[in-house]
Design a protein around this ligand. Structure first.
Ligand SMILES: Nc1ncnc2c1ncn2[C@@H]1O[C@H](COP(=O)(O)OP(=O)(O)OP(=O)(O)O)[C@@H](O)[C@H]1O
Length: 492
């Protein structure tokens, strides 16, 4: 649909683009990226015919750009640029109607019924119908942006060129605009070339990214390929970290503020632990990075409050998340910053301990009951309803863990837990085989992310060794305490 072959351009003596070659297929959405001054707008002006290249050629539908008459080109290519000349005295509808100019014929030019329908549709799709009679000069930056986009759409182009179209738009309109563009490219075969400063939006919506650097193309590939930490660091000269979007397989890049305070953080240990009849809690003065299966705060996150709440064996609530949220609020914990768990175990039977792993330390807190233990290997024989009997395991690490170490820590802890059950010969009451855990066990790994870095936390690493030892000892102690309490209650 669009092809650039060996484009070069300079302003005066300043070389801006050199030997730029790429092509865009029909229905493709291409994002142009690059730092300030890398030549994005200049390339955009070359493609839209505003500037002529010093050398090289541009082809639109396999025909040289220079061979098109202006009006003929306007029927194929529509451009939304940053500097749109202000036409204060026109109404919104008049501005959008100008998009039909390229399609009008004859000396007496008027809008046909079809033109009017296309104009109305373009205004609806950009959410500006209710400004129809307002003067353009009276609108906000974002509203104007949508009016000029509607004008482009009214043109019904085959190729749409957009220079930072989301500039000035609030979050919901950014999403709405890009969703609409994506739909047009996918369903109507509209070819889109779009300049982006927001790498994450480009990653989410573009089929391909063209990254400019030092007058040339640094990278031309799919977004996941282009948005590599090293490439972006080299081109933008700043540190970025690549992370995953939680819902779609797109790379996202994040920056960390230089001022992120890492010193003065407390060491998490016994002095933070509060145990009452109702709940066990730990409150920290800064958020810890967490991996957990708690009822609140599950998954990966950052949390300051950790609550293991005692409930009766017959606790049942249809909407336990809402109930837990109000419980946390009523007890002074911010639900959004809390990893919350539940247990039917008496909290006085909790066990905890501190362990040293080189320069890092580990603090472990456990509540444990194995009344309804299950052998994972034969769990398919069990019915699917949950019975209370839970090992809730908290592991606080005063150190910095890689993502790999977080997962390995969870594996190490689970293996140590299973080892306790094996050594105590805890049986699965249904199968009679050795149990590996209970169906409602919960785990929390919380790291301060300060101090010594741990890339790994498998069973034979310095960190893994103390996690395994601590988990083994604390679960053993918690089960011993529980057995003694049950025995004392029976005797008493
Ligand atoms: N009219 C001009 N005359 C002279 N130099 C120019 C002109 N327009 C742009 N330049 C220079 O050309 C280089 C590329 O500019 P361009 O606007 O294409 O970059 P960009 O990637 O779009 O930048 P930004 O992200 O800041 O919008 C810059 O160094 C700029 O100073």
């Amino acid at each position: 649909m669009l092809e650039a072959k060996g484009l070069s351009f300079h302003y005066g003596k300043k070389k801006v683009l050199e030997n730029i070659t790429f092509s865009v297929q029909k229905g493709e959405m291409l994002g142009i990226l690059g730092p300030n001054g890398s030549g994005k707008t200049t390339l955009f002006k070359l493609i839209s015919g505003i500037l002529e290249p010093d050398s090289g050629d541009l082809f639109i539908k396999e025909r040289k750009l220079t061979q098109y008459k202006q009006k003929e080109l306007a029927r194929i290519v529509s451009t939304l640029s940053q500097q749109t000349t202000e036409t204060f005295s026109y109404t919104v509808k008049e501005i959008v109607s100008m998009g039909r100019y390229a399609h009008q014929t004859g000396w007496i030019q008027g809008l046909t019924v079809e033109d009017k329908a296309i104009i109305s549709r373009a205004m609806e799709q950009t959410g500006i119908s209710h400004y129809s009679d307002s003067l353009i000069g009276e609108l906000s930056g974002g509203e104007k942006q949508r009016v000029y986009l509607a004008q482009c759409l009214a043109q019904e182009p085959e190729i749409l060129l957009l220079d930072e179209p989301t500039n000035h738009l609030d979050l919901s309109f950014q999403k709405e605009l890009l969703d609409t563009l994506k739909m047009w490219s996918r369903d109507k075969g509209l070819t889109i070339v779009c300049i982006f400063h927001d790498l994450n939006l480009a990653s989410l919506y573009c089929d391909r990214l063209l990254l400019l650097h030092h007058n040339q193309i640094e990278s031309d590939a799919n977004p996941r390929e282009v948005l590599q930490e090293n490439t972006i660091k080299k081109v933008y000269k700043t540190d970025v970290m690549r992370t995953l979007h939680p819902q779609v397989p797109a790379a996202q890049l994040v920056i960390s503020p230089e001022s992120a305070e890492k010193s003065g953080h407390e060491v998490i240990g016994e002095e933070h632990l509060h145990i009452s009849r109702d709940y066990i809690s730990i409150t920290t003065n800064f958020p810890l990075k967490t991996l957990s299966s708690g009822m609140t705060g599950a998954g990966v996150g950052w949390h300051k409050y950790f609550v293991n709440r005692h409930v009766n064996k017959d606790y049942h609530c249809e909407d336990y998340k809402v109930e837990m949220k109000s419980y946390l609020e009523n007890n002074g914990f911010l639900p959004s910053e809390t990893v919350g768990m539940m247990t039917a175990v008496e909290l006085e039977d909790a066990a905890y301990g501190s362990y040293q792993a080189g320069a890092s330390s580990v603090f472990i807190v456990v509540t444990a009951s194995v009344g309804h233990a299950v052998d994972a290997a034969l769990s398919e024989q069990h019915p699917s309803y949950l019975l209370p009997g839970t090992i809730n395991l908290w592991i606080f690490i005063n150190g910095e863990l890689s993502e790999q170490a977080f997962l390995q820590c969870a594996m190490t802890a689970t293996e140590a837990k299973t080892s306790v059950l094996r050594n105590r010969q805890v049986a699965d009451p249904l199968t009679g085989t050795t149990a590996t855990g209970t169906p409602t066990d919960s785990l929390l790994i919380a790291a301060t992310q300060t101090g010594e870095h741990h890339e790994f936390a498998g069973t034979i690493t310095s960190l893994g060794k103390v996690v395994a030892k601590g988990v083994y000892e604390c679960i053993t102690e918690a089960l011993d305490k529980r057995e003694s309490s049950i025995k004392a209650r029976k005797e008493g």
